[in-house]
Design a binder for this molecule. Sequence first.
Ligand SMILES: [Zn+2]
Length: 452
Amino acid sequence: MKLLVILLFSGLITGCRGNSSHSLPPKLLLVSFDGFRADYLQNYEFPHLQNFIKEGVLVEHVKNVFITKTFPNHYSIVTGLYEESHGIVANSMYDVITKKHFSDLDDKDPFWWNEAVPIWVTNQLQENRSSAAAMWPGTDVPIHNTTPSYFMNYSSSVSFEERLNNITTWLINSNPPVTFATLYWEEPDASGHKYGPEDKENMYRVLKEIDDLIGELVHKLKVLGLWENLNVIITSDHGMTQCSKDRLINLDRCIDNSSYALIDLTPVAAVLPKINTTEVYNKLKVCSPHMNVYLKEDIPARFHYQHNNRIQPIILVADEGWTIVLNKSLPKCDHGYDNSLSSMHPFLAAHGPAFHKGYKHNTINSVDIYPMMCHILGLKPRPNNGTFGHTKCLLVDQWCINLPEAVGIVIGALLVLTTLTGLIIIMQNRLSVPRPFSRLQLQEDDDDPLIE
Ligand SMILES: [Zn+2]
């Protein structure tokens, strides 16, 4: 009976909370600093970002999706889908059926994006909510005939300050209110390509600028009174790896380039044969020991990169730090490689009423971010490849046990059980131990005379 009363009472409280959150829907700002490799956080100083993390959560490694390129990974974050499922399988694509081309400079045709529904569209289908974007791949395209209510056409020449001003204005002044917003910045990706992640001097300067931008972001949110109630996720699409002129794979040395069309070049080349596929495959297969060559049907299942018409019949995957080139090409410090390489992983930090304070977590998958964002916004997630359970430890309204805690609990329980069992055995032994001289106790017939 007592339990029933408690349950009813807690139900009432939850119900009340539900109502109040209904009148004030939670808000989320998703920020991406392109190409922010996870270990930059350990190898460089970020005073502003570290303050942000101190008051929020940090996921040290986010395992992203293959291929580890910009457009595909940004779309996975906002859909929770692997590339074969959301259809943005590279920064450069070709569709054999429609004969359409896609590139990062020619990305406005909804055809490419409509295989999935990004979170800003789902958010906007809710009553009395709108979405806003200060850039993010796909946000200036009418996906399923819907753009965010407020968005900017992509232009790399727009300053961070202007993007930040727009997004905060929209977060404050819009009706219906903006509850989901994105903010995108091209660095440190551009400098990572240019200098390579091992160029300490240049990367120190670039990463200090990024940290200052994070300082500006937090300052502005505080000044505008958004800081305490807004959930902010800062993350990225991929890492970066060092290149070298000694690590080139020259396709022209192995095969006549008139026998195939190259849809994407490096570090994952997408090859569309013009002649017999097996013939092209056999020549490429022996081209370099630093490159894996796969027929589409043999692409390893762990890449989740096979079931889509936009994935070409042959793909070449360079080893870390190797660049696939044609004659006269130069090496390129790059990303795009195998997504099991830690150099390809970004990080995630988050702050706000939905998140714990001062909590560090080892790893999640980038596709797990989508169900977590849906949970925060109270949206029903569309079918996706993420696992909400992986992010529970980051959230204040979820109960979770992390691995060290679980091990501690199991060891503790075993200790208690062992002690109890020991005690029981000792007690039992005590009860059954024969008293000294008990064998000498008189038996019933002991008082019989020894001699009759
Ligand atoms: Zn990128």
